[in-house]
Design a binder for this molecule. Structure first.
Ligand SMILES: *Cc1c(COP(=O)(O)O)cnc(C)c1O
Length: 424
Protein backbone atom coordinates (compact mmCIF):
# COMPACT_ATOMS: atom_id res chain seq x y z
CA UNK A 1 0.00 0.00 0.00
CA UNK A 2 1.19 3.51 -0.78
CA UNK A 3 1.83 5.51 2.38
CA UNK A 4 -0.31 8.43 1.17
CA UNK A 5 -3.52 7.37 -0.54
CA UNK A 6 -7.18 8.23 -0.94
CA UNK A 7 -9.97 6.44 0.84
CA UNK A 8 -13.43 7.70 -0.04
CA UNK A 9 -11.96 10.88 -1.53
CA UNK A 10 -10.05 11.67 1.66
CA UNK A 11 -6.27 11.71 1.60
CA UNK A 12 -4.70 9.56 4.30
CA UNK A 13 -1.22 9.02 5.69
CA UNK A 14 -1.28 5.28 6.40
CA UNK A 15 -4.60 5.03 8.28
CA UNK A 16 -4.81 8.61 9.50
CA UNK A 17 -6.77 11.28 7.63
CA UNK A 18 -4.60 14.28 6.85
CA UNK A 19 -7.59 16.48 7.67
CA UNK A 20 -7.49 15.08 11.23
CA UNK A 21 -3.79 15.88 11.48
CA UNK A 22 -4.45 19.47 10.38
CA UNK A 23 -7.22 19.68 12.97
CA UNK A 24 -5.01 18.36 15.78
CA UNK A 25 -1.66 19.97 14.94
CA UNK A 26 -2.50 22.93 12.71
CA UNK A 27 -0.79 23.86 9.43
CA UNK A 28 1.70 23.98 7.87
CA UNK A 29 2.74 20.55 9.14
CA UNK A 30 5.14 17.94 7.85
CA UNK A 31 3.67 14.45 7.92
CA UNK A 32 5.89 11.38 7.67
CA UNK A 33 4.95 7.73 7.28
CA UNK A 34 6.92 5.42 9.53
CA UNK A 35 6.12 2.40 7.35
CA UNK A 36 7.36 4.17 4.21
CA UNK A 37 10.69 5.09 5.82
CA UNK A 38 11.14 1.63 7.30
CA UNK A 39 10.33 -0.18 4.08
CA UNK A 40 12.64 2.02 2.02
CA UNK A 41 15.52 1.30 4.37
CA UNK A 42 14.62 -2.40 4.60
CA UNK A 43 14.67 -2.69 0.81
CA UNK A 44 18.30 -1.54 0.80
CA UNK A 45 19.14 -3.75 3.77
CA UNK A 46 17.41 -6.74 2.18
CA UNK A 47 19.29 -6.31 -1.08
CA UNK A 48 22.54 -6.19 0.89
CA UNK A 49 21.83 -9.28 2.98
CA UNK A 50 24.65 -11.80 2.99
CA UNK A 51 27.28 -9.22 2.04
CA UNK A 52 29.48 -6.97 4.13
CA UNK A 53 27.53 -3.77 3.59
CA UNK A 54 26.68 -0.78 5.76
CA UNK A 55 23.75 1.24 4.49
CA UNK A 56 24.09 4.72 5.95
CA UNK A 57 21.35 7.28 6.11
CA UNK A 58 22.48 10.73 4.94
CA UNK A 59 21.11 12.85 7.75
CA UNK A 60 21.00 16.09 5.82
CA UNK A 61 17.93 14.88 3.89
CA UNK A 62 15.85 14.95 7.07
CA UNK A 63 17.46 15.04 10.47
CA UNK A 64 14.45 14.76 12.79
CA UNK A 65 15.45 12.70 15.84
CA UNK A 66 12.50 10.33 15.46
CA UNK A 67 13.63 9.42 11.94
CA UNK A 68 17.23 8.89 13.07
CA UNK A 69 15.97 6.78 15.97
CA UNK A 70 13.77 4.69 13.68
CA UNK A 71 16.65 4.03 11.29
CA UNK A 72 19.19 3.38 14.06
CA UNK A 73 16.89 0.66 15.40
CA UNK A 74 16.88 -0.97 11.97
CA UNK A 75 20.66 -1.08 11.83
CA UNK A 76 21.40 1.93 9.66
CA UNK A 77 24.72 3.71 9.70
CA UNK A 78 24.76 7.49 9.36
CA UNK A 79 26.41 9.89 6.95
CA UNK A 80 26.87 13.28 8.60
CA UNK A 81 28.19 16.58 7.26
CA UNK A 82 28.54 18.65 10.44
CA UNK A 83 29.16 18.51 14.15
CA UNK A 84 25.50 19.39 14.60
CA UNK A 85 24.42 16.27 12.74
CA UNK A 86 26.85 14.25 14.83
CA UNK A 87 25.10 15.41 18.02
CA UNK A 88 21.75 14.53 16.50
CA UNK A 89 22.82 10.94 15.86
CA UNK A 90 24.00 10.60 19.46
CA UNK A 91 20.87 12.30 20.84
CA UNK A 92 18.71 9.86 18.89
CA UNK A 93 20.57 6.84 20.26
CA UNK A 94 22.68 6.15 17.16
CA UNK A 95 26.01 4.42 17.40
CA UNK A 96 29.19 6.47 16.82
CA UNK A 97 30.96 3.50 15.29
CA UNK A 98 28.43 3.55 12.45
CA UNK A 99 28.97 7.21 11.54
CA UNK A 100 30.85 8.38 8.47
CA UNK A 101 31.76 12.05 8.52
CA UNK A 102 31.55 13.73 5.10
CA UNK A 103 31.82 17.38 4.08
CA UNK A 104 34.38 19.75 2.56
CA UNK A 105 34.85 22.08 5.52
CA UNK A 106 35.26 20.18 8.79
CA UNK A 107 36.45 22.45 11.61
CA UNK A 108 39.02 21.45 14.23
CA UNK A 109 36.30 21.34 16.87
CA UNK A 110 34.21 19.00 14.73
CA UNK A 111 37.22 16.75 14.15
CA UNK A 112 38.04 16.63 17.88
CA UNK A 113 34.51 15.69 18.85
CA UNK A 114 34.26 13.05 16.14
CA UNK A 115 37.57 11.52 17.25
CA UNK A 116 36.51 11.53 20.89
CA UNK A 117 33.28 9.68 20.25
CA UNK A 118 34.99 7.33 17.79
CA UNK A 119 33.31 7.76 14.41
CA UNK A 120 33.85 4.99 11.97
CA UNK A 121 35.49 7.07 9.23
CA UNK A 122 36.29 10.58 8.09
CA UNK A 123 35.58 11.09 4.41
CA UNK A 124 38.36 13.56 3.64
CA UNK A 125 38.03 15.94 0.72
CA UNK A 126 41.38 17.74 0.42
CA UNK A 127 45.06 17.58 1.21
CA UNK A 128 44.72 20.44 3.71
CA UNK A 129 41.96 18.62 5.52
CA UNK A 130 44.11 15.51 5.68
CA UNK A 131 46.98 17.42 7.28
CA UNK A 132 44.66 19.12 9.75
CA UNK A 133 43.05 15.83 10.72
CA UNK A 134 46.46 14.25 11.29
CA UNK A 135 47.43 17.15 13.54
CA UNK A 136 44.17 17.13 15.54
CA UNK A 137 44.36 13.35 16.01
CA UNK A 138 48.01 13.60 17.09
CA UNK A 139 47.18 16.25 19.70
CA UNK A 140 44.50 13.97 21.14
CA UNK A 141 46.77 10.94 21.03
CA UNK A 142 44.40 9.12 18.68
CA UNK A 143 44.45 7.72 15.20
CA UNK A 144 41.91 8.98 12.70
CA UNK A 145 40.27 6.48 10.36
CA UNK A 146 40.15 8.00 6.87
CA UNK A 147 38.78 7.52 3.43
CA UNK A 148 39.47 9.95 0.58
CA UNK A 149 36.58 11.29 -1.38
CA UNK A 150 37.59 11.07 -4.98
CA UNK A 151 35.90 12.88 -7.76
CA UNK A 152 35.28 10.32 -10.49
CA UNK A 153 34.38 12.99 -13.08
CA UNK A 154 31.11 11.30 -13.92
CA UNK A 155 28.04 13.24 -15.04
CA UNK A 156 25.15 12.20 -12.85
CA UNK A 157 22.71 13.71 -15.35
CA UNK A 158 20.95 15.71 -12.68
CA UNK A 159 20.39 19.38 -11.76
CA UNK A 160 23.68 21.36 -11.68
CA UNK A 161 23.12 22.32 -8.02
CA UNK A 162 22.90 18.66 -7.00
CA UNK A 163 25.55 17.28 -9.34
CA UNK A 164 28.74 16.77 -7.37
CA UNK A 165 30.93 14.31 -9.28
CA UNK A 166 32.19 16.51 -12.11
CA UNK A 167 35.79 17.71 -12.03
CA UNK A 168 34.78 21.36 -11.73
CA UNK A 169 32.76 20.80 -8.54
CA UNK A 170 34.12 21.82 -5.14
CA UNK A 171 33.79 18.25 -3.89
CA UNK A 172 36.40 15.55 -3.59
CA UNK A 173 39.91 15.05 -4.86
CA UNK A 174 40.55 14.87 -8.61
CA UNK A 175 41.01 11.35 -9.92
CA UNK A 176 44.52 12.09 -11.20
CA UNK A 177 45.58 13.58 -7.83
CA UNK A 178 44.27 10.68 -5.80
CA UNK A 179 47.34 8.45 -5.83
CA UNK A 180 49.58 11.26 -4.64
CA UNK A 181 47.18 12.28 -1.86
CA UNK A 182 46.78 8.64 -0.74
CA UNK A 183 50.57 8.37 -0.48
CA UNK A 184 50.57 11.47 1.67
CA UNK A 185 47.77 10.02 3.84
CA UNK A 186 49.67 6.78 4.28
CA UNK A 187 52.76 8.71 5.37
CA UNK A 188 51.04 10.81 8.04
CA UNK A 189 51.57 9.32 11.49
CA UNK A 190 48.11 9.68 13.02
CA UNK A 191 45.91 8.43 10.20
CA UNK A 192 44.63 4.97 9.33
CA UNK A 193 43.81 4.79 5.64
CA UNK A 194 40.73 2.58 5.45
CA UNK A 195 38.80 3.32 2.32
CA UNK A 196 37.78 5.34 -0.66
CA UNK A 197 34.52 7.18 -1.25
CA UNK A 198 32.63 9.09 -3.87
CA UNK A 199 29.24 10.76 -4.15
CA UNK A 200 28.36 11.95 -7.62
CA UNK A 201 25.12 13.83 -7.08
CA UNK A 202 21.52 13.52 -6.09
CA UNK A 203 18.19 12.57 -7.70
CA UNK A 204 19.98 10.25 -10.13
CA UNK A 205 17.42 8.23 -12.05
CA UNK A 206 19.53 5.70 -13.96
CA UNK A 207 22.01 3.05 -12.83
CA UNK A 208 24.74 3.91 -15.35
CA UNK A 209 26.34 6.87 -13.54
CA UNK A 210 26.69 4.76 -10.38
CA UNK A 211 28.44 1.99 -12.33
CA UNK A 212 30.66 4.46 -14.17
CA UNK A 213 31.72 5.92 -10.81
CA UNK A 214 32.31 2.42 -9.41
CA UNK A 215 34.55 1.59 -12.37
CA UNK A 216 36.62 4.72 -11.74
CA UNK A 217 36.85 3.87 -8.05
CA UNK A 218 37.95 0.29 -8.81
CA UNK A 219 40.61 1.56 -11.21
CA UNK A 220 42.01 3.68 -8.39
CA UNK A 221 41.78 0.83 -5.92
CA UNK A 222 43.96 -1.21 -8.30
CA UNK A 223 46.57 1.49 -8.72
CA UNK A 224 46.62 2.04 -4.96
CA UNK A 225 47.11 -1.68 -4.34
CA UNK A 226 49.98 -1.65 -6.81
CA UNK A 227 51.47 1.21 -4.80
CA UNK A 228 51.16 -0.83 -1.60
CA UNK A 229 48.08 0.92 -0.22
CA UNK A 230 45.43 -1.68 0.54
CA UNK A 231 41.93 -0.43 1.27
CA UNK A 232 39.27 -2.13 3.36
CA UNK A 233 36.10 -0.42 2.20
CA UNK A 234 34.46 1.31 -0.74
CA UNK A 235 31.87 3.96 0.06
CA UNK A 236 29.76 4.63 -3.01
CA UNK A 237 27.79 7.55 -1.58
CA UNK A 238 24.11 8.14 -2.15
CA UNK A 239 22.11 9.95 -4.78
CA UNK A 240 19.45 7.49 -5.89
CA UNK A 241 16.48 9.47 -7.18
CA UNK A 242 12.80 9.16 -6.39
CA UNK A 243 9.62 9.71 -8.35
CA UNK A 244 8.34 13.27 -8.00
CA UNK A 245 6.45 13.38 -11.30
CA UNK A 246 7.08 10.85 -14.06
CA UNK A 247 10.68 9.88 -13.29
CA UNK A 248 11.39 6.16 -13.35
CA UNK A 249 14.41 5.60 -11.12
CA UNK A 250 15.67 2.05 -10.69
CA UNK A 251 14.44 0.28 -7.59
CA UNK A 252 16.69 0.34 -4.54
CA UNK A 253 17.30 -3.38 -4.87
CA UNK A 254 18.08 -3.12 -8.60
CA UNK A 255 20.72 -0.49 -7.95
CA UNK A 256 22.43 -2.51 -5.23
CA UNK A 257 22.30 -5.70 -7.32
CA UNK A 258 23.89 -3.94 -10.27
CA UNK A 259 26.65 -2.59 -8.04
CA UNK A 260 27.31 -6.02 -6.50
CA UNK A 261 27.38 -7.71 -9.91
CA UNK A 262 29.95 -5.22 -11.12
CA UNK A 263 32.00 -5.69 -7.96
CA UNK A 264 31.89 -9.46 -8.27
CA UNK A 265 33.48 -9.19 -11.70
CA UNK A 266 36.49 -7.48 -10.16
CA UNK A 267 39.11 -10.03 -9.00
CA UNK A 268 39.14 -8.62 -5.47
CA UNK A 269 35.67 -7.04 -5.44
CA UNK A 270 34.41 -9.38 -2.72
CA UNK A 271 37.17 -8.36 -0.33
CA UNK A 272 35.80 -4.91 0.30
CA UNK A 273 33.13 -3.91 2.70
CA UNK A 274 30.71 -1.64 0.82
CA UNK A 275 29.13 1.48 2.30
CA UNK A 276 26.29 3.57 0.90
CA UNK A 277 24.97 6.97 2.00
CA UNK A 278 21.36 7.29 0.92
CA UNK A 279 19.15 10.22 1.93
CA UNK A 280 16.43 11.16 -0.52
CA UNK A 281 15.61 7.57 -1.51
CA UNK A 282 14.90 6.66 2.14
CA UNK A 283 12.72 9.59 3.20
CA UNK A 284 11.72 11.58 0.08
CA UNK A 285 8.45 9.87 -0.72
CA UNK A 286 7.72 9.19 2.94
CA UNK A 287 6.68 12.75 3.74
CA UNK A 288 4.25 15.47 2.70
CA UNK A 289 3.86 19.09 3.61
CA UNK A 290 0.30 19.75 4.70
CA UNK A 291 -0.86 23.30 4.07
CA UNK A 292 -4.08 25.30 4.03
CA UNK A 293 -5.31 27.67 1.33
CA UNK A 294 -5.62 31.16 2.79
CA UNK A 295 -6.72 33.14 -0.26
CA UNK A 296 -7.47 32.73 -3.93
CA UNK A 297 -6.73 35.64 -6.24
CA UNK A 298 -6.36 36.35 -9.93
CA UNK A 299 -3.82 38.84 -11.34
CA UNK A 300 -3.94 39.44 -15.09
CA UNK A 301 -4.75 35.93 -16.27
CA UNK A 302 -2.90 34.02 -13.53
CA UNK A 303 -4.70 32.30 -10.72
CA UNK A 304 -2.91 32.24 -7.37
CA UNK A 305 -3.70 29.99 -4.44
CA UNK A 306 -1.96 31.59 -1.47
CA UNK A 307 -1.26 28.91 1.10
CA UNK A 308 0.16 29.03 4.62
CA UNK A 309 3.37 27.17 3.66
CA UNK A 310 6.07 29.01 1.74
CA UNK A 311 9.56 28.94 0.29
CA UNK A 312 11.00 29.19 3.78
CA UNK A 313 9.34 25.84 4.57
CA UNK A 314 9.96 24.03 1.29
CA UNK A 315 12.77 25.65 -0.61
CA UNK A 316 13.23 23.15 -3.43
CA UNK A 317 10.86 24.78 -5.95
CA UNK A 318 12.45 28.22 -5.63
CA UNK A 319 15.98 26.83 -5.37
CA UNK A 320 15.96 24.23 -8.17
CA UNK A 321 12.60 24.81 -9.83
CA UNK A 322 11.77 21.40 -8.38
CA UNK A 323 8.39 19.87 -9.16
CA UNK A 324 6.22 18.54 -6.34
CA UNK A 325 2.81 17.06 -6.88
CA UNK A 326 -0.02 18.88 -5.09
CA UNK A 327 -3.04 16.89 -4.00
CA UNK A 328 -6.29 18.04 -2.42
CA UNK A 329 -6.83 16.52 1.02
CA UNK A 330 -10.56 16.36 0.32
CA UNK A 331 -11.08 15.29 -3.27
CA UNK A 332 -14.86 15.10 -3.07
CA UNK A 333 -15.61 18.79 -3.54
CA UNK A 334 -17.43 19.43 -6.82
CA UNK A 335 -15.48 22.53 -7.86
CA UNK A 336 -14.36 23.59 -11.26
CA UNK A 337 -10.69 22.93 -11.91
CA UNK A 338 -8.49 25.83 -12.96
CA UNK A 339 -4.73 26.17 -13.40
CA UNK A 340 -3.36 27.44 -10.09
CA UNK A 341 0.00 28.77 -8.99
CA UNK A 342 0.39 27.59 -5.42
CA UNK A 343 2.36 30.31 -3.64
CA UNK A 344 3.27 31.27 -0.09
CA UNK A 345 2.98 34.51 1.90
CA UNK A 346 6.72 35.37 1.69
CA UNK A 347 7.64 38.68 0.06
CA UNK A 348 9.54 37.25 -2.91
CA UNK A 349 8.29 36.46 -6.39
CA UNK A 350 10.35 33.28 -6.12
CA UNK A 351 8.05 32.14 -3.34
CA UNK A 352 6.09 29.45 -5.09
CA UNK A 353 5.54 25.77 -4.39
CA UNK A 354 3.89 24.72 -7.65
CA UNK A 355 2.82 26.46 -10.83
CA UNK A 356 0.04 25.99 -13.33
CA UNK A 357 -1.60 23.02 -11.60
CA UNK A 358 -5.11 21.98 -12.49
CA UNK A 359 -6.81 21.79 -9.14
CA UNK A 360 -10.33 22.16 -7.84
CA UNK A 361 -9.74 24.27 -4.75
CA UNK A 362 -11.44 26.79 -2.54
CA UNK A 363 -10.31 29.04 0.28
CA UNK A 364 -9.81 27.09 3.50
CA UNK A 365 -9.06 23.82 1.69
CA UNK A 366 -6.14 21.65 2.70
CA UNK A 367 -3.47 20.65 0.20
CA UNK A 368 -0.69 18.09 0.46
CA UNK A 369 2.62 18.97 -1.19
CA UNK A 370 3.86 15.49 -2.01
CA UNK A 371 7.32 13.89 -1.86
CA UNK A 372 8.48 16.45 0.67
CA UNK A 373 10.20 14.10 3.13
CA UNK A 374 13.71 14.87 1.89
CA UNK A 375 15.35 18.31 1.77
CA UNK A 376 12.09 19.85 2.99
CA UNK A 377 12.12 20.67 6.68
CA UNK A 378 15.88 20.11 6.65
CA UNK A 379 16.42 23.09 4.32
CA UNK A 380 13.78 25.33 5.86
CA UNK A 381 14.46 28.74 7.37
CA UNK A 382 12.69 31.40 9.38
CA UNK A 383 12.75 33.98 6.60
CA UNK A 384 10.03 36.60 7.16
CA UNK A 385 10.05 35.53 10.85
CA UNK A 386 7.89 32.57 10.01
CA UNK A 387 7.90 29.88 12.69
CA UNK A 388 8.52 26.47 11.17
CA UNK A 389 5.71 23.98 11.13
CA UNK A 390 5.20 20.94 13.28
CA UNK A 391 6.46 17.49 12.28
CA UNK A 392 4.21 14.49 12.79
CA UNK A 393 5.06 10.82 12.35
CA UNK A 394 2.24 8.45 11.46
CA UNK A 395 2.25 4.72 12.10
CA UNK A 396 -0.93 2.81 11.28
CA UNK A 397 -3.76 4.72 12.90
CA UNK A 398 -1.49 6.68 15.25
CA UNK A 399 -0.07 10.15 14.66
CA UNK A 400 2.57 11.50 17.03
CA UNK A 401 4.18 14.91 17.25
CA UNK A 402 7.93 14.59 16.64
CA UNK A 403 8.69 18.32 16.52
CA UNK A 404 6.62 21.07 17.98
CA UNK A 405 5.59 24.00 15.88
CA UNK A 406 7.96 26.87 16.59
CA UNK A 407 6.62 29.87 18.44
CA UNK A 408 7.40 33.40 17.31
CA UNK A 409 9.13 34.20 20.62
CA UNK A 410 11.50 31.25 20.01
CA UNK A 411 12.69 32.95 16.86
CA UNK A 412 14.16 36.00 18.59
CA UNK A 413 14.97 34.37 21.93
CA UNK A 414 18.71 34.70 21.24
CA UNK A 415 18.56 38.35 20.19
CA UNK A 416 19.07 41.47 22.32
CA UNK A 417 17.69 44.97 22.20
CA UNK A 418 20.25 47.78 22.16
CA UNK A 419 22.33 47.57 25.33
CA UNK A 420 22.75 50.82 27.34
CA UNK A 421 26.02 52.13 25.92
CA UNK A 422 24.60 51.91 22.38
CA UNK A 423 21.09 53.04 23.12
CA UNK A 424 21.54 56.81 23.03
C1 LIG B 1 23.86 14.69 0.24
C2 LIG B 1 24.80 13.58 0.36
C3 LIG B 1 24.36 12.26 0.36
C4 LIG B 1 22.90 11.89 0.19
O1 LIG B 1 22.41 12.19 -1.07
P1 LIG B 1 20.94 11.70 -1.49
O2 LIG B 1 20.80 12.20 -2.86
O3 LIG B 1 19.98 12.33 -0.56
O4 LIG B 1 20.92 10.22 -1.40
C5 LIG B 1 25.28 11.26 0.52
N1 LIG B 1 26.61 11.54 0.66
C6 LIG B 1 27.07 12.80 0.65
C7 LIG B 1 28.52 13.03 0.82
C8 LIG B 1 26.20 13.85 0.49
O5 LIG B 1 26.67 15.10 0.47
Amino acid sequence: MEAFHYRQHRLLAEDVALADIAERFGTPTWVYSKAAIASAFDEFAGAAAGRRVLVCYALKANSNLAIIDLLARRGAGFDIVSGGELERVLAAGGDASRIVFSGVGKSRTEMQRALEIGVRCFNVESESELRRLDEVAGALGRRAPVSLRVNPDVDAGTHPYISTGLRENKFGIAHEEALRVYRLAASLPNLDVLGIDCHIGSQITTIEPFLAALDKVLELVDSLAAAGIALKHLDLGGGLGIRYDDETPPSRAALLQAVFERLDRHPRGREFEVLFEFGRSIVGNAGVLLTRVEYLKTNADRHFAIVDAAMNDLMRPSLYEAWHDVLPVDASAPREAAAWDVVGPVCESGDWLARGRRLAIGEGDLLAIMSAGAYGMAMSSNYNTRPRGAEVLVSGDKAVLVRERERVEDLFAHERRLPDPLAG
